[in-house]
Design a binder for this molecule. Sequence first.
Ligand code: CTP
Ligand code: MG
Length: 177
Amino acid sequence: MDLIKEILSKILETLIIYFPSMAANGAPVLIKKGTPIDMNKRFIDGRRIFGDGKTFEGLGLFIIFGTAIGSIYTVYVNNIYFILYGLISGIGACVGDLVGAFIKRRLGIERGAPAPLLDQTNFLVLATIVIRLSGIEKYVNLHINIENYIIGVLLIPLIHLATNYGAFRLKLKKVPY
Ligand code: CTP
Ligand code: MG
């Protein structure tokens, strides 16, 4: 019984830690067309640096959504630093998403073509690194460890199923998966 309690509280803690990054990562689907961050430029291998799927508008949504979730936390727990935590999470997730696209282009994977695992977890790696390096953790009393990261990675497919179904019901997506 105690073990189950411990696991559930670890999952809850992980959701609290990563919800700002996850919300930020999901936000850009609202974008249909924008200005590519790589300005249509190509890397030395002749392929696009990031591709048309990474836009300034998308970058803005990462930051807005991350900060918005952080602001909601701030209201609930009365700690102003959560706004900063949300902002940092959004920036980290965005950098991770860009790194993921950069890697995909270098591997010759077209914009929008699936790269299983990389597509789902790229943002979490960099969000974790940026949050840790920023030193914000102690101000919000959240401390990310390897268990949180692993649980986060494992939860992502489940959350994807739920949000994709939601986006389908809201007619943002054509298929429910
Ligand atoms: N998007 C954006 N700007 C970003 C990230 C995402 O405009 N910085 C938008 C794009 O319209 C993109 C959509 O959100 O097509 C879905 O994001 P994602 O799946 O990350 O992009 P892909 O189109 O799959 O491109 P890639 O292969 O580079 O991951
Ligand atoms: Mg994609």
